[in-house]
Design a binder for this molecule. Sequence first.
Ligand SMILES: Cc1cc2nc3c(=O)[nH]c(=O)nc-3n(C[C@H](O)[C@H](O)[C@H](O)COP(=O)(O)OP(=O)(O)OC[C@H]3O[C@@H](n4cnc5c(N)ncnc54)[C@H](O)[C@@H]3O)c2cc1C
Ligand code: FES
Length: 326
Amino acid sequence: MTALLLAESGVEVAVVEGRRLGAGTTGATTGKVSLLQGTRAQRIAARHSDRTVTEYVEANRAGQQWLLRYCEEHALPVQRVHALTYAQNEYEIPAVRAELQATRAAGLDTYPVDDLDVPFPFHGAVGLADQAQLDPMALLATLAADVEAHAAPIFESTIAHGVHHRDNDDLVIDTEHGEPPRWSGALASWRPAELKAIPSAAQTNSAVALRLSTGWLRVARSGYGPIPTEGCGHVERHGLQPTAVSTVDGKTTEVSAICPHLYGIVRWNDAEKSWDCPLHGSRFTADGTLLDGPATASLPLISGPAAVPVTGPPRGGPTTVLPEKI
Ligand SMILES: Cc1cc2nc3c(=O)[nH]c(=O)nc-3n(C[C@H](O)[C@H](O)[C@H](O)COP(=O)(O)OP(=O)(O)OC[C@H]3O[C@@H](n4cnc5c(N)ncnc54)[C@H](O)[C@@H]3O)c2cc1C
Ligand code: FES
């Protein structure tokens, strides 16, 4: 969306994507386009003035209107639905009430919901009528085609390492592929057909489940492996514990491989030297420190950072450390 808006305003744009469009968080969402966003309003209100919350809501309203107009213009299906933030237990009831208060103060027409016929624990909700949901992958495919129609190229499977200025002030994106050969311009036609192959959100959500199970199956089969060489990492099973082992700057570190968000098994990202969760995109440093959510906690450290020489002796026996949530 940002690329499209920049391209429409005449800025020269290129989109660089390390995997495939939609491979990150966006493709795994349920595509809610809502001004009611969990407990966001009360969290902003706790730190900022009423005016800031109102401006946040207004900015979101402008974005929502732009998006819905875009969907209409491009014949993208949108469902109009009520949005709800609900309490699953009695301890969450105060947060629901606070959200009602904060959103109403910010000018939203939110309303309380006491009863709802749903097959899960329900202890009240705050609702907002006439919100929307859509297929994020269909939207992404349309946006991508539109970006290309504005002569802005999209490069998939291209990890960006940095950005620098050339002497003539051109901005250059450094990628894993290095400098393009001089003749590359002649062959630079993009392949819009591939965009049509982007799966639907429903398929993407089942892909999340598949990634979850394949992650765990892969771990179930593994045992102790060699110490990773510099800049590398892998997941192995130590007793019952899926363990993420990496070596960065000569230090081998073992952290739990179980993402604290919804228990995906993390994967090593060679380019960023990070542990990335394939389910919803949480990222962690080699020592497990949280970089990006939706996880809100780091990966528990099992051993290290210890200055284990890369060519050192094999590591000791299995550990049975389990994360608290399992
Ligand atoms: C479970 C969940 C549900 C959500 N539901 C909703 C919702 O219903 N509605 C809503 O509005 N918001 C929702 N959100 C929030 C929303 O999904 C995110 O704010 C949004 O998707 C972030 O978009 P993004 O493009 O910044 O990140 P992403 O979609 O994660 O994209 C980042 C991309 O950058 C690529 N990348 C990373 N590093 C590099 C590199 N070095 N070089 C090249 N490429 C790289 C990745 O491969 C990835 O494809 C949800 C979030 C989560 C986690
Ligand atoms: S399980 Fe959701 S980000 Fe890891």
